[in-house]
Write a protein that binds this ligand. Structure first.
Ligand code: ADE
Ligand code: ZN
Length: 325
């Protein structure tokens, strides 16, 4: 039973958090043809990482107005709160806004309204991490960093890169991360999901990040795990996503516990919950039941998330004060 635990998640893609029902609802608003996007049970249809990314882009394209995005963050953050979360960060993407015909400003304002409305309704605190998409290429990632640096917003507190890790090298994004870092944003990058330990090492060498999205495959290299422990790098682990995308056969095979026991600062998140039949509550539940994590270990994951959150210090202090000691 994990329902009573306070939770937090650092790694969820806002477009990837849209449920099939919401996508159908907003798609109908705009008369979007969604043929082939869903399977016979009404879930998103995909079968591997590439087809997942394609389905994700198609579903994202139904969101076209600030109100659509407000509805998306309101639904997501209210759902988080209902599962016992007190804090969440979502990855946002100026490229997806552009593809939907929205300016970055209108996109962020719509998303921010949903976050504010969810906080007013439930008390949950939320922030946004602007991302570049790796498979759109380094030029687009640079534009994403310049956009977020030139148009600051109080609820956009981080910068990162998501997308297909099998493409490009972290050094290609070094300028983007430098610009975002100089703008005062927290930095994280997806690595060690579809790339091996060398991908994590390259990200640490070139990007100055304090957190790694996934990073799970660091477990294949003991020296790298030692480095992650020594440098206090926080891992945004997403066990349900890793199993759904075929990295591990089952949660029982996931290295969460081994990374934790090695001394790494581990956290748990749902990544793209409806695609992976996940949620923050499901992730905590799987770690409890399938990996035998104690309530104390799960509370520590929440604490680590708040410690590593991209928030101002008064907000961090307020959130930490809510956690069990
Ligand atoms: N974008 C959305 N979900 C992702 C994932 N699991 N890995 C990389 N990019 C993503
Ligand atoms: Zn992710």
């Amino acid at each position: 039973m994990v329902a009573h635990l306070l939770k937090a998640e650092l790694h969820c893609h806002v477009e990837g958090a849209a449920s099939p029902e919401l996508v159908r609802h907003v798609g109908a608003r705009h008369g979007v043809d969604l043929a082939g996007l869903f399977d016979e049970q009404g879930a998103f249809a995909w079968h591997d990482f590439t087809s997942f990314l394609n389905a994700y882009d198609r579903a994202a394209a139904v969101f076209r107005t600030p109100e659509d995005y407000r509805d998306l963050t309101f639904a997501y953050f209210s759902g988080l709160a209902a599962e016992g979360a007190i804090y969440g960060e979502v990855f946002i993407s100026s490229d997806h806004a552009l593809a939907s015909g929205l300016s970055y400003r209108d996109y962020v304002e719509g998303l921010a309204q949903g976050i504010r409305d969810a906080e007013a309704a439930t008390g949950i605190v939320g922030r946004m991490i602007a991302t570049g998409v790796r498979h759109y290429g380094p030029d687009r990632i640079l534009v994403a960093a310049e956009t977020v640096a030139n148009e600051p917003h109080p609820l956009v507190t981080g910068f990162g890169v998501a997308g297909d890790e099998r493409m490009h090298h972290p050094r290609d994004f070094a300028d983007a991360f430098r610009i975002a870092g100089e703008a005062g944003l927290g930095l994280t990058v997806h690595a060690g999901e579809f790339g091996g330990p060398e991908s994590v090492r390259d990200a640490l060498d070139h990007l100055g990040v304090s957190r790694i999205g996934h990073g799970v495959r660091a477990i294949e290299d003991a020296d790298l795990v030692r480095r992650i422990v020594e440098e206090g790098i926080v891992l945004e682990l997403c066990p349900g996503s890793n199993v759904a995308l075929g990295l591990y056969p089952a949660i029982a095979d996931h290295p969460y516990r081994r990374l934790q026991d090695a001394g790494a600062r581990v956290t748990v998140s749902s990544d793209d919950p409806p695609y992976f039949r996940s949620s923050i509550g499901a992730e905590y539940g799987w770690l409890s039941r399938e990996l035998g994590l104690s309530d104390a270990a799960l509370n520590q994951a929440t604490r680590t998330s708040i410690e590593a959150a991209f928030v101002d210090e008064p907000t961090r202090k307020r959130l930490l004060a809510r956690l069990p000691t």
